[in-house]
Design a protein around this ligand. Sequence first.
Ligand SMILES: NC(=O)c1ccc[n+]([C@@H]2O[C@H](COP(=O)([O-])OP(=O)(O)OC[C@H]3O[C@@H](n4cnc5c(N)ncnc54)[C@H](OP(=O)(O)O)[C@@H]3O)[C@@H](O)[C@H]2O)c1
Length: 251
Amino acid sequence: MTGVLLITGGASGIGAETARRAAKRGYKVAINYRSRGAQAMGVAADIAAQDGEAIALPGDMGNEADIVRLFAETERAFGPITHLVNSAGIGAGMRVDEYDAARLTRLFAVNVIGLMVCCREAAKRMSTRHGGKGGAIVNVSSMAATIGGRLGASAYAGTKGAVDAFTKGFAREVAAEGIRVNSIRPGMVLSEMTENRLKDEAFRSRIEASIPMHRVGQPPEIADAILWLLSDEASFITGAMLDAAGGGYII
Ligand SMILES: NC(=O)c1ccc[n+]([C@@H]2O[C@H](COP(=O)([O-])OP(=O)(O)OC[C@H]3O[C@@H](n4cnc5c(N)ncnc54)[C@H](OP(=O)(O)O)[C@@H]3O)[C@@H](O)[C@H]2O)c1
């Protein structure tokens, strides 16, 4: 079943690649962006040029009012939302002794609370309990959740650990109401989030040496896994965490 897919943080990286590939599979795609309006409209235009359907919609996923508006605007454009990918996320490189409560609050507001509010909005629409026809959700977590992140990424890892725990609980809550909820845990992927750091050859070599496949991932490799989790091929899978990480970490 394809349908109406909303992707948060869809202007770049994993979200943008998921949007492009979803449109090819017949989804109508709503591409949410925060600051990257031109990029989001570019992705939507590329999709339209290939006879797909997409719109770009602004909204800060750390802001509840923006999230509520985003869901309403998506529905106004395309009808009932059947699929959701929560890809919006921010990183934070800080050791615990450098923690700053305002930065931590923003990190959790976007990576965790915003994602949870998006899931609330989706559940209210998709759940058979509320008159919906079901649906599927993928939350973009991270392999950081499994080992506490690389050094200096404990706060980020904490947000992704929260995403995984929430995903499991939410999935069980709505499993009998037609909604499947899973998370995907990418390892290091070359995207706008990581490209600057990966330009440092020494850093990249260190990272690649720590991955069993000895390479970083590419956004299409994550997007295809997300689309599989969204699809009917994954019809008995809910509350799962799928590692897309080249084998994880060599420790
Ligand atoms: N790349 C990796 O190695 C990796 C590994 C594991 C997990 N992940 C996760 O994968 C997801 C996608 O990341 P990516 O690698 O594709 O990097 P990316 O290109 O930086 O994508 C993140 C997107 O989220 C958007 N975003 C951030 N804060 C937002 C907010 N408050 N509201 C709406 N959109 C917001 C960003 O737009 P703005 O810049 O405009 O805010 C950006 O377009 C993230 O959740 C990330 O944590 C990435």
